[in-house]
Design a protein around this ligand. Sequence first.
Ligand code: NAD
Length: 350
Amino acid sequence: MVARASRMTPPMEYVRLYDEAAGLDGVIAIHSTARGPAAGGCRFWTYADESAAMADAVRLAEGMSYKNAMAELPFGGGKAVLRRPAGAFDRAALFEAFGEAVERLEGRYVTAEDVGTTVADMEAIARRTSHVAGRTALPGRAGGDPSPWTALGVFEAMRAAVAFQSGSTLSGKVVSVLGVGNVGAHLCELLAEAGAELVVADIDPARCAQMVERHAARVVSIDEIAGVAADVFAPCALGGALDAATVAALQARLVCGAANNQLASEDMADVLLARGVTYVPDYVANAGGIINVAAEYLRESADEVRQRVVGIGPRVAAVLEEAARDGLAPSTVADRTAERLMQERVAEPA
Ligand code: NAD
């Protein structure tokens, strides 16, 4: 089955996954392999029907092509979406069956964790294929929890954007953070070390209390956070944080966070531009996690991961400079840069 993606044109390849005995039901979507194997995690979620799972796989695989290309990784974009069985099931058997399907693609697709999957699931997959990352980290090697790397990348992106906007540092800046989970909490730590003042909001009061205790953060409600007086707004919860209401309420002149798909609709990029708010495109800022996953697959060291993650700062600066020069939204510049990079063959597909 071949379809056209919305943002650009390479054909999308789907591999339907079905193994009744193992409870496996899903799809692998491969959006692009020009830069190297299609890399992207495996989502394990409840979907109303097959077409809902397929639509999610298509959207996510396309997003991975943009993110991997922009991070200049030798990978294309892909994603697996597995439907969570309604009743009881043997989790190890299900992920082993998925591993067999990944193995049949002979390295054209590399999987890792995503929403609903764990390190233990990756270990089950690894019993059937070597084309998997997100496994238990080995000493000195890349691997393990990607959240600290994602947070470091967002921090570097924010630092570069503040320097671009005002020529200053994060010291004394007020940063409002929506969602202080794995990534948001690590980001708060880096921001506090850099001398920023923190305002936080989360649906989980215990997470907020930790930020108060550790960093003397001020807590506000999730409805208030976008509108508080701040220099930077960092969405680090779920997608869609930037809708018409939050964008209208924003006092911060910079948005830079970890959440995927922050723009509730594409037109929000232009609304932000018109309001004089600089939006650092999510997939440019939050690539630290996939950089870590890619490095694990390529058997690189933790030092190499750090170098690549710190490289997110200059990349953000380049996007913002080009956007300012051409009078475009940074997300438009990022998309066209990623589309150019997506055509570059940097590795032979396995
Ligand atoms: P997480 O689940 O650890 O943290 C999310 C936090 O957001 C939690 O504290 C949760 O209570 C809070 N939250 C959920 N819904 C909320 C709402 N409606 N309003 C306010 N707070 C809410 O997830 P994470 O790993 O920290 O990821 C955060 C975001 O970053 C996600 O969008 C994820 O897709 C994206 N991201 C994460 C990584 C990574 O390495 N973990 C990499 C790239 C992108």
